[in-house]
Design a protein around this ligand. Structure first.
Ligand code: 2AM
Length: 177
């Protein structure tokens, strides 16, 4: 079995810039630079045959290259006070269309539809019981961050969960036209 997700990697320069934000909130578990990415579609554990069909379906997908804008900062509340701290990604039409095409391609080959609404974001940290003033000041300090990057491909990642950080590996990369 292999744990997969479809995403857009960030250029190393932007990863380095974002990882430099990782300060000011006690007990935060910050995403390491190399793991900072945008998830288009989480897949989960699948066997090799399904992984191969996912790859074939994604390889056939056609969509234009576009510019992705990272902007804004916020949180998702999780179960019992776990909080995801993120930077937003603007909901531009080309990104949403790419996401819809990925979703349709995966449903067409028999995967269950994604239940959740697509909320494009880059997870900066997972927080447990963060002191609210520190969290609010982090968000206020980063909410005006805005940076646009060209997106010329998307990637099928595997995710290996172990004791430490998950290890994301680009299994295949699909160019955008
Ligand atoms: P997150 O950063 O917002 O948690 C790899 O796990 C990627 O898939 C992460 O970016 C994660 O998003 C995303 N993802 C979406 N749904 C998931 C799920 N049910 N379990 C784990 N990761 C999920």
């Amino acid at each position: 079995m292999i744990r997969l997700f479809v995403g857009i990697p960030l250029p190393p320069s932007l990863q380095q810039r974002l990882v430099s934000f990782a300060a000011g909130i006690p007990n935060a578990h910050w995403t390491p630079a190399e793991n900072l990415h945008l998830t288009l579609r989480f897949v989960g554990e699948v066997d090799e045959a399904v992984a191969n069909s996912i790859h074939d379906a994604l390889a056939e997908l056609q969509a234009p290259a576009f510019t992705m804008t990272v902007a804004g900062c916020g949180t998702f509340e999780g179960g019992r006070r776990a909080i995801t701290l993120w930077l937003g990604v603007e909901r531009e039409p080309a990104l949403l269309r790419l996401r819809d095409k990925v979703e349709s391609a995966l449903v067409r080959i028999g995967l269950p539809p994604e239940g959740r609404r697509f909320q494009p974001h880059i997870t900066l940290a997972r927080l447990k019981d963060p002191p609210l003033p520190k969290l609010q000041s982090f968000i206020a300090g980063h909410n005006l961050f805005r940076e646009s990057v060209p997106v010329a491909s998307f990637v099928l990642f595997s995710s290996h969960l172990g004791r430490g950080e998950p290890i994301y590996t680009a299994e295949a990369e699909y160019p955008l036209g």
